[in-house]
Design a binder for this molecule. Structure first.
Ligand code: HEC
Length: 120
């Protein structure tokens, strides 16, 4: 192999690597979709919901036993969302997602297939 070809190959390899890293998801899309499914009808997009609280508050609501159910008392749709197997399965992921996108987290999300800048 000519040195130039080697260099070219190396360059395209490195470019490929950095493109892959760059294209990596900036947020947990699975958590995003779960929150859309379970919470959107009342709270708007998951990013909007996430920004309503700071990280401590998210932790508090998610990790205080019965707290989420108590806030949503009298809202059957919310209660059934909270009791759904999907919510239980993804609870930790949802909490991480909400914290990562919370009030002071500084997360600003641009357009992608799931989301395009609308808040509500
Ligand atoms: C049926 C509508 C409905 C659904 C579905 C719903 N919520 Fe709510 N939620 C509300 C309402 C209304 C309040 C305000 C209650 C109050 O302030 O008394 C609220 C309040 C909250 C709060 C307290 C902080 C705040 O913003 O007032 C959190 C946290 C929250 N919801 C999380 C969730 C999550 C997470 C989901 C999805 C798993 C969800 N909710 C689904 C209606 C809903």
């Amino acid at each position: 192999m000519k040195p130039f070809t080697k260099l070219l190959l190396l360059t395209s390899f490195l470019l490929g690597l950095s493109t892959t890293a760059f294209a990596a998801e900036k947020y947990d899309t699975k958590a995003f979709r779960t929150a859309t499914k379970l919470c959107y009808s009342c709270h708007g997009t998951p990013f909007y919901l996430a920004k309503q609280l700071d990280d401590d508050d998210w932790d508090f609501y998610f990790n205080t036993k019965g707290k989420l159910e108590k806030i949503h008392k009298g809202k059957p749709e919310a209660i059934s969302a909270l009791r759904s197997p999907l919510f239980k399965k993804r609870k930790e992921r949802l909490l991480k997602f909400f914290i990562a996108n919370s009030m002071y987290a500084g997360a600003v999300n641009g357009c992608d297939a799931n989301f395009c800048g609308t808040l509500h």
